[in-house]
Design a protein around this ligand. Structure first.
Ligand SMILES: *[C@@H]1O[C@H](CO)[C@@H](O)[C@H](O)[C@H]1NC(C)=O
Ligand SMILES: *[C@@H]1O[C@H](CO)[C@@H](O)[C@H](O)[C@H]1NC(C)=O
Ligand SMILES: *[C@@H]1O[C@H](CO)[C@@H](O)[C@H](O)[C@H]1NC(C)=O
Length: 805
């Protein structure tokens, strides 16, 4: 066939199309890059994007950057939290289609590979997407699926995934904030080290949809001037539910980019060519509220508050605290005075004073707090005396007392309806001087254990003596009188039922006066729970110890319902549950009477004095005790009981150090509608399952989650949230444990302790299964018991919250 002009024209057209539009020259297998020299990156066709080694500060990282003239914007980094590599590193696309980073130190690190098919080449596409592809250029792996802090035009963020900010503008490792595309359709900005509840969120698209069957994704369009949108993936026409951008914007060859910056703000940019053909960058949108960076939660860390001066945000420590790290004021503050000894829940008021600050915006009300019905003037005083109170303010005729740490605190420049005067507890003695006085006074005081045992001996001698006297006088008195005493005590026994003398099944109804007398006018407070204060008391002329709980927060409810509820709780009997003996419901007063647990709470045992910490076998036994109690509540009662507030404070130890669950059944009483969500959440932060924040019903699996958190606390004798950690990785125990577990470095967590490694790993694995974000992945309490007993094997758990890493 002769070549006609038309044919030539056609061939030319194909040639141009191929050259300019269709593909970038694929990168063949066995290609490689090194940090220095001409082969340090692979370019996209347009030359705007490059993949290869970049030089952050000390060493090199592998990533993708966008070029505007000579300006580089890093849009992706491989293994961003790994340390930088040296100039002798080499990046190889191996014969088997793996992209692998080779260094002098250790094994080569695989950056990209596919098990979906045979990789035959790689490409840096003009969209900024780096891909591995097969022979027919079908994409098998793409960097767009593993976003770091940036999305580019054409990229999707599926529900359940997130962008995580970088540490700083020059350090691309994971920072302190994240943008989550949630399964419920809401796009939310959170501090990364937080429980990701409504309190933690500092911006949201407010596109929460009910029902779990639909899927949503965030999409950055590369053509539309309103490019950032949330799409209903379940609708056939990809219905757009929300969008942001700038409809007046018109640019040539625009590349859209959305980045969550190290300051926590999401910003949308357009990179385009201006009339002179020069590259230019313009910000199209960011959440307007966040123009004031003080509105970014956790912009200032724990125990600090944010103020704006000359449009610049500053972090300031709360009274009585100093910066944790003086060189980085964003990391929060810690107390700079030592706390006086806490006796029976009461603080030594002379060691402290209350420092008022006006116009304060209260931050996270979900942190532990209690409230009291007292006069405004008494509020600071009440906090002063309360060991657990770190700050107090008055709202709606109630004194709200909060524990430290505090967060998300702000200060208004003028009076507003949402600001308060907050009183902060500040110590008189600085850390150092108090320590000194402590060591001087210490030798004078005998160790406390000896005092108690001496006391006990005295008491025993007294009792024995009085018995001898009683016996002698009894013998001396006529037999008739002895008979009378016998009858009297028998009658009293009948009156009181079999309470305390044998295992009974009936609950006793007490009068308020009776309990007032039994507790000597509520004199000895032994604890404070989320539902009320607990007092020590005695019955039967001091023979039977009881714990009386006075409920201070409850939903107004008839006596009849209360009694029905009490009877239901009274029917639950298990050796790992604290027994309810009776109750009192008079007027608005609601009191519960429990058996007395002489060894206090688990909290005291595992977080208290390190010399009395249980050993490994003990920890496993305690964990098993609690698991069995929960198993009973969940599966062996007539109707399953969801505890809703499993935490170490609610686990009590009896005289044989048997762990028993307390406060069960109260959740139902105090929050009848357990399916309520978001702000009505009860329970305790840190132990709360993620579904409390979603529109999904609460099931027994919520308890399994709290149990898992507590199990890790028991294993490592460390609280789940410790604020003053210089390494932010360690603040949230569960995250840290998973990281160490994944890196096979669990021994880092038990520095200096004798450990049975297989037992440790087993308990950690069970804990990690329990705290999976997805309730259906969590085991039942039955499986937990079997796994802890060693009856069933424990599989290797996946990352508990894939959303957060
Ligand atoms: C490069 O960055 C500098 C400083 O941020 C800016 O002034 C300049 O306009 C940028 N150049 C281009 C081509 O975007
Ligand atoms: C998403 O699409 C599905 C299927 O068309 C529809 O039933 C659902 O209501 C949509 N969701 C929203 C929030 O519009
Ligand atoms: C604690 O820090 C505050 C604020 O930084 C300071 O005013 C106070 O004197 C310090 N207190 C002690 C006891 O060091």
């Amino acid at each position: 066939m002769a070549t006609t002009p038309l044919n030539i024209y056609f061939l030319l057209l194909v040639y141009f199309l191929c050259e300019t539009v269709v593909f970038a020259e694929p990168i063949p297998l066995r290609s490689s890059l090194s940090p220095l020299g001409p082969n340090s990156s692979w370019s996209s066709n347009s030359g705007r994007f490059k993949f290869g080694f970049y030089n952050p500060s000390d060493g090199f990282k592998v990533g993708i950057w966008l070029l505007d003239g000579t300006n580089k914007t890093i849009v992706w980094t491989a293994n961003r939290d790994d340390p930088p590599v040296f100039s002798n590193a080499k990046l190889v696309l191996t014969e088997r289609g793996q992209l692998s980073l080779r260094t002098d130190q250790g094994q080569p690190k695989v950056i990209a590979h596919s098990n979906k098919g045979n990789v035959s080449s790689a490409s840096m596409l003009d969209s900024g997407n780096f891909v591995l592809q097969n022979e027919s250029l079908h994409i098998l792996w793409q960097s767009f699926d593993y976003p770091t802090d940036t999305m580019l035009g054409g990229q999707k963020l599926h529900s359940g995934s997130q962008l995580v900010s970088s540490s700083s503008d020059t350090n691309q490792s994971s920072g302190r904030f994240q943008l989550s595309m949630q399964a419920d359709g809401n796009l939310v900005l959170y501090p990364r080290y937080s429980g990701r509840t409504a309190y933690d969120a500092y911006w949201a698209s407010d596109t929460t949809y009910h029902g779990t069957s639909f899927k949503y994704y965030l999409f950055l369009n590369n053509t539309d001037p309103q490019p950032l949108c949330i799409v209903n993936a379940s609708s056939s026409n990809s219905e757009i539910l929300w969008w942001r951008g700038d409809s007046s914007f018109k640019g040539n060859k625009t590349i859209y980019r959305a980045t969550i910056h190290s300051d926590g703000v999401l910003r949308l940019y357009a990179h385009f060519d201006n009339a002179d053909g020069k590259h230019q960058v313009m910000k199209l949108w960011s959440p307007p509220d966040l123009d004031n960076l003080c509105n970014v939660n956790s912009f200032c860390g724990f125990n600090s508050y944010c103020t704006v001066n000359d449009n610049q945000p500053y972090c300031n420590c709360l009274p009585g605290t100093d910066f944790t790290d003086p060189s980085d004021h964003n990391l929060g503050c810690k107390r700079n005075f030592s706390e006086a000894e806490c006796k029976g829940g009461k603080d030594n008021a002379t060691s402290y004073f209350m420092y008022p600050m006006e116009h304060m915006r209260v931050g996270d009300l979900d942190l532990p707090y209690t409230e009291e019905d007292i006069l405004e003037g008494e509020c600071p005083f009440s906090c002063l005396q309360d060991c657990f109170c770190g700050a107090a303010f008055y709202e709606n005729n109630r004194c709200k007392k909060q524990e430290l740490p505090l967060r998300y605190i702000g200060r208004e420049t003028q009076v507003s309806s949402s600001s308060y005067t907050i009183y902060f507890k500040v110590g008189n003695q600085s850390l150092r001087s108090n320590n000194a006085s402590f060591s001087i006074s210490e030798p004078d005081q005998p160790p406390p254990i000896k005092t108690t045992s001496k006391k006990a001996i005295k008491v025993i001698i007294l009792i024995v003596l009085s018995f001898v006297i009683l016996l002698c006088s009894a013998v001396a008195i006529s037999s008739r009188f002895i008979y009378k005493i016998g009858v009297l005590s028998y009658k009293r026994l009948l009156e009181t039922g079999d309470l305390g003398l044998s295992e009974g099944t009936t609950l006793r109804v007490f009068s308020y006066n009776e309990l007032k007398k039994a507790t000597h006018g509520f004199k000895q407070e032994v604890g404070k729970g989320s539902f009320g204060s607990v007092y020590r008391g005695t019955l039967h002329k001091g023979r039977k110890l009881i714990a009386v709980k006075r409920l201070h927060r409850f939903i107004e409810e008839g006596e009849r319902e209360f009694q029905a509820e009490m009877r239901a709780i009274g029917k639950t009997h298990h050796k790992n549950l604290v027994r309810l003996l009776g109750y009192c419901a008079e007027g608005s007063k609601r009191l519960l009477v429990y058996e007395y647990m002489s060894n206090g709470s688990l909290e005291k045992l595992i977080f208290g004095d390190s010399t009395v910490r249980p050993d490994w076998d003990e920890r496993r036994r305690i964990a098993l005790d609690i698991a069995r109690g929960l198993l009973y509540l969940h599966e062996q009662c007539k109707a399953p009981i969801i505890h809703c507030d499993i935490k170490p404070q609610n686990i009590l130890m009896d005289e044989f150090f048997r762990a028993k669950i307390s406060d069960f059944g109260l959740a139902k009483l105090l929050m009848p509608d357990q399916t309520r969500t978001f702000t009505q959440v009860r329970g305790t932060r840190g132990y709360l399952a993620p579904e409390w924040n979603k529109n999904t019903p609460i099931t027994v699996k919520a308890d399994v989650y709290s149990y898992g958190i507590m199990l890790l606390e028991i294993v490592f004798c460390r609280k789940s949230l410790v604020v003053n950690m210089l390494n932010p990785e360690q603040i949230v125990l569960s995250n840290w444990v998973y990281k160490c577990f994944a890196r096979r470095e669990l021994n880092k967590l038990v520095a200096g302790e004798e450990v049975d490694n297989s037992l440790l790993e087993n308990m950690v694995k069970v804990g990690l299964w329990c705290i999976q974000d997805e309730p259906f992945l969590r085991p039942s309490m039955k499986s937990v018991v079997l796994m802890l007993e060693g009856v069933t094997e424990v599989a290797v758990p996946p990352c508990p919250s894939p959303d957060s890493t």
